[in-house]
Design a protein around this ligand. Structure first.
Ligand SMILES: Cc1ncc(COP(=O)(O)O)c(C=O)c1O
Length: 443
């Protein structure tokens, strides 16, 4: 650890003794942090509560929340309409093992919003959504392999964990990436089941899909919402190439869905065969969903003669998640999406102008209200470019921003704004980032 990190980290420790106590008290029972994404050095903040655009930690420090529960809390915290709907639903029972109504209402709302979705099923996480969508695509097509993009994240099951963050020494040529298994314990055969594609390279994507089309059930594609600049023409090319080669397209809108009432696919003008959702669709409760073409989704309809397909789950379509999700979506009007997207563009423009003015080699990349900050002034087109970015200023900048009163994602990647935020909030974050980076650089 350099002197600079120690100094900012010491100041963090001085401000957050209760968080430290809570972290050290809990970790013997939870294999370190309670979940992987909670951890950052020197120890994660523990929060006391959230309200609107703010969070308060257990030592009483207030933060403008620019992480919003991994992008799920698009309305900020405790939105009155969501809370009221949830409390009313709770008073009817928490889970009763039978439909209660909200599951049908949110399904109708989703099909109304998203042109490519004729039918939808709700599950408990984005991970489950991508698992079921891929399984349906494989079964429907009768083909064994899937394709995904290098650096693309779609949750935690074996095939989608391939080549999420492969070591560059193992990653192979940039225009024909190797298939590198992810988490330890993955099936030894998983690498053979997955074709890995490079972002933003139409020519390579077309060649790899044509080469593999007889075996390829689907391409799963998250346009790296807020993490990379994916050209809309590239996204449209992925749709054209998959269609021309008889390969299904699964769009992962688990983060991107906040882009417009009809999702990022409406903005890009793309009609995927299936789409996965999560995060905001649960209104703050655990959720995932997958939906799309009626001829595919209807294979799951077990009121009909057996098709060989199935989907269920103890907590799938949980009434509280369905109720909260519907209330959240109803607040996410076209005007709300415009407000969020405008704020995201203002932040990105302002940060990039500030970095240029101060001679800081950094950039902000956004898709509407989802944004990432990188310490590089080079163009970032794909996973290889991101993997080459120097990360040494990330932690001290993140900790210095906490001291300024801003809670971002600890990697400074996939951060996001929430609906109650204002232009003043965004301008404050721009100025604070300038000071935080200067402090990180100076020490
Ligand atoms: C694009 C994308 N897909 C899938 C997932 C997995 O969702 P979950 O964490 O709910 O399993 C995530 C989670 O961050 C995601 O960002």
């Amino acid at each position: 650890m350099t002197q600079s990190v120690a100094t900012i980290a010491e100041s963090y420790r001085a401000r957050t003794p209760r968080s430290r106590e809570m972290y050290e008290g809990g970790t013997s029972y939870t294999a370190g942090p309670a979940k992987g994404a909670y951890y950052y050095r020197p120890y994660p903040l523990a929060m006391e509560r959230g309200e609107g655009r703010y969070l308060w930690d257990v030592d009483g420090n207030r933060y403008l929340d620019c992480a919003n529960h991994h992008t799920a809390q698009v309305l900020g915290h405790n939105h009155p309409r969501v809370m009221e709907a949830v409390l009313a639903q709770m008073s009817r029972g928490l889970a009763v093992g039978a439909p209660m109504g909200p599951e049908a209402d949110i399904a109708e709302e989703m099909c109304r919003r998203v042109d490519s979705v004729d039918r939808i099923r709700f599950v408990n996480s984005g991970t489950e959504a991508t698992l079921h969508a891929i399984r349906l695509a494989r079964g429907f097509s009768g083909k064994p392999k899937i394709a995904k993009f290098e650096g693309g994240y779609h949750g935690s099951h074996d095939p989608v964990e391939v080549s999420v963050a492969p070591p560059l020494a193992k990653a192979g040529p940039a225009n024909a990436p190797n298939s590198v298994p992810g988490a330890g314990g993955s099936s030894p055969s998983v690498a053979d089941e997955v074709v890995v594609l490079p972002y933003n390279d139409e020519e390579a994507v077309e060649r790899l899909i044509v080469e593999n089309r007889d075996d390829l059930a689907c391409v799963i594609f998250d346009p790296k919402c807020g993490i990379l600049n994916i050209r809309p023409e590239f996204a449209r090319a992925v749709r054209r190439i998959t269609r021309e080669n008889g390969v299904l397209l699964i769009f992962d809108e688990i983060v991107a869905f906040r882009s417009s009432p009809g999702g990022l696919q409406a903005v890009f003008g793309i009609d995927p065969d299936l789409t996965c959702f999560g995060k905001i669709v649960g209104g703050g409760f655990p959720v995932g969903a997958f939906g799309g073409r009626a001829d595919m989704m209807d294979l799951l309809d077990n009121s009909k003669p057996p098709s060989g397909f199935s989907q269920s789950g103890t907590f799938s379509s949980h009434p509280l998640a369905m109720t909260a999700g519907l209330a959240m979506l109803q607040e996410l009007t076209p005007q709300a999406c415009d407000h969020l997207n405008r704020l995201g563009d203002r932040l990105t423009g302002g940060l990039n102008e500030m970095f240029a003015r101060k001679g800081i080699a950094a950039q902000c990349v956004n898709t509407g209200s989802v944004f990432s900050i990188y310490f590089s002034d080079r163009e970032l087109r794909n996973y290889r470019d991101l993997a080459a970015v120097d990360g040494s200023l990330v932690s001290p900048t993140f900790l210095a921003l906490l001291e300024e009163g801003y809670f971002l994602g600890h990697t400074l990647g996939m951060c996001c704004l929430s609906l109650p935020m204002t232009a003043e909030d965004v301008d404050g974050l721009i100025e604070a980032t300038g000071r935080a980076v200067a402090r990180a650089q100076a020490e």
